[in-house]
Design a protein around this ligand. Structure first.
Ligand code: ATP
Ligand code: MG
Length: 567
């Protein structure tokens, strides 16, 4: 491709609104442009990279037995009403009406559509298992679209769905796709890890996320320092055992705690360790309020709370709701004398003796609070986030944290959708049964950003060979020099004939500009044709290592064959 014939609008300055390296560089090197918040165009270079990633995904999905199809982004509301998600999905679902007033959504995912197709077309166990996938644009009205392609409102996903007559078959396909995902991320050269995850709004059981380890990741991975245990912290169970101290139980007392709101404030004001404070929070769990207690140095894990109540929506009550229900503000809450609310507590709270909590009265706290005597709890369960230093849930070693970008997710859905939408089949005995399902997503456009985030230096992007938009960046130093131009054309054609994809910088720019752009764009090999063109000499620069090699044009193909040997 001649550079003068394509569109690669590189920028000199880092765009001000881009916070992380990958976002800055993809904009600066002219791969993408933002059209609206969380909505991007892939310019020619970006599109090529996206296609490379798509191709890897396609090959590995096909190898795992998947079959590609394409479903619509525009989905009728009726399907979502059948599954129930029309009502539970929340504001991320983009809803719209057609000219007849019929309701639609722009698909954030395709369980409903695929289930309706398979329900209509597959009736017998003889047609199962079946794994279908697509690579398609998804829409999610994210609360906080950010970091460029990492969290968009319109993005490219590979989503796959498998249908089975029994759980053994689901287990088998789940394993195959798990392996396909590992192959995909390995081929993309990503530093990743598979972790145990929560099934979220999808409603399933066995599930893993594939995380790219990165400082800019929004997820936290809890992993063991001495085994291969790794989980999203949302999911990691806490197995710590707490010993109740044998200090004498003292009399409950109400004390004034003017202006002291946070656990840290109270702990230092009353000279009590945080471990003796009872952190009390009012949550709205679907339609009812629940009082949740954890130890002062712990944090409530709302996913665990959600799973405990099998709820659709769990959120912290707003300040005005808290005032209305308990008569005070958030910093003064406590469980003492609360009789008309369900109270649940983390195991650690059970071990607190002579503790401290809010008195449900502005500026007052109770001290010497004891469970059983001063308040009752309906359930003691694991409700807190795991912390660094906690024992690993598999019993081996202690927990450490790392940040991760979720690039893929595999779920065993079971019959969540087939039952709701009546997708049944006839088994060997002619008995009608709901199909058992799995679903498997990959953030294809997110992978592009994750690769850019992992592979760059101060001068720009450094694409892995299999992902790079072109293989070689061909740069004549002086386009006005006939010898240089002729040799450039000759080698451009030669490489093309030998199936190298070459970007030929035929612009009449200064060499400095061309080199800076070349480093920014980050193709694996730069080939410079300068003064020694007359002798047939060219210079290769390896983008990744910075290594320079001067060779004769006759050695070009063999040298490149060596450099691209895994291609
Ligand atoms: P997240 O927790 O990051 O919001 P999710 O759990 O909502 O992800 P899934 O519903 O499992 O994501 O979607 C499958 C894959 O699609 C994810 O693993 C991720 O790689 C990608 N993905 C999800 N949301 C976005 C987004 N807003 N922008 C880009 N990619 C996304
Ligand atoms: Mg999400």
């Amino acid at each position: 491709m001649k550079q003068s014939m394509t569109l690669i609008p590189t920028l000199r300055e880092v765009p001000a609104d881009a916070e992380i390296r990958s976002h800055q560089l993809l904009l600066k090197a002219g791969f993408i442009r933002q059209n609206a918040s969380g909505v991007y165009s892939f310019l020619p270079l970006g599109k090529k990279v996206l296609q490379k990633v798509e191709q890897i995904v396609r090959e590995e999905m096909d190898r795992a037995g998947g079959v590609e199809l394409l479903m619509p982004a525009l989905q009728q509301a009726e399907l979502w009403q059948e599954s129930g998600r029309w009502y539970s999905y929340g504001p991320e679902l983009i809803r719209l009406k057609d000219r007849h007033g019929r309701e639609f959504s722009l698909g954030p995912t395709h369980e409903e559509v695929i289930t309706s197709i398979v329900r209509d077309e597959v009736k017998s166990y003889k047609r199962l298992p079946l794994t279908l996938y697509q690579i398609q644009t998804k829409f999610r009205d994210e609360k906080r679209p950010r970091f460029g392609l990492l969290r968009g409102r319109e993005f490219v996903m590979k989503d796959a769905y498998s249908f089975h007559a029994n759980t053994e078959s689901l287990d088998e396909v789940y394993k195959k796709i798990f392996q396909a995902y590992a192959n995909i991320f390995t081929r993309c050269q990503l530093n990743f890890r598979a972790v145990i995850a929560d099934s979220g709004a999808m409603g399933g059981k066995d599930t893993h996320e594939f995380m790219v380890l990165s400082e800019v990741g929004e997820d936290t991975i809890a992993y063991s320092d001495s085994s291969d245990y790794a989980a999203n912290i949302e999911m990691a169970p806490v197995i710590t055992k707490y010993d109740k101290s044998n200090e004498t139980i003292k009399e409950l007392q109400k004390v004034e705690t003017k202006q002291q709101k946070t656990i840290a404030d109270i702990s230092s004001f009353l000279n009590t360790p945080k471990e003796k404070c009872i952190k009390t929070l009012l949550f709205k769990v679907d339609d009812k309020y629940v009082l949740v207690l954890v130890r002062g140095d712990h944090e409530v894990n709302d996913i665990k709370l959600k799973n405990l109540f099998e709820a659709q929506i769990v959120e912290l009550a707003e300040a005005d709701e808290t005032k209305e229900v308990l008569g005070c503000s958030v910093g003064s809450l406590g469980p003492v004398h609360v009789s008309d609310l369900e109270i649940v507590a983390d195991h650690a709270v059970e071990a607190i003796v002579n503790g401290v909590c809010g008195a449900n009265e502005e500026d007052y706290h109770f001290v010497n609070v004891n469970v059983g005597r001063d308040f009752n709890v309906s359930k003691f369960v694991d409700l807190r986030f795991i912390q660094e230093g906690d024992p690993s849930p598999d019993g081996q070693g202690t927990i450490k944290f790392a940040k991760g970008i979720e690039v893929g997710h595999v779920f065993k859905l079971g019959t969540r959708y087939s039952e709701a939408m009546n997708a049944t089949f006839l088994d060997e005995n002619g008995k009608s049964k709901p199909m058992i399902m799995g679903c498997y997503g990959i953030g294809v456009s997110r992978i592009v950003a994750a690769i850019a985030e992992q592979f760059n230096d101060e001068n720009g992007l450094i694409w892995p060979v299999d992902i790079a938009p072109y293989d070689v960046h061909l740069i004549p130093i002086n386009m006005k020099d006939d010898t240089q131009r002729q040799l450039s054309e000759e080698l451009y054609n030669l490489l093309g004939e030998n199936r190298y994809d070459v970007l030929f910088d035929d612009r009449k720019e200064r060499p400095g500009v061309k080199f800076a752009d070349s480093d920014l764009i980050g193709l694996p090999v730069r080939m410079t044709i300068g003064k020694k063109a007359a002798e047939g000499m060219v210079e290769l620069k390896i983008r990744k290592s910075g290594e320079m090699i001067e060779i004769h044009k006759d050695e070009l193909l063999s040298t490149l064959a060596e450099l691209f040997k895994n291609k």
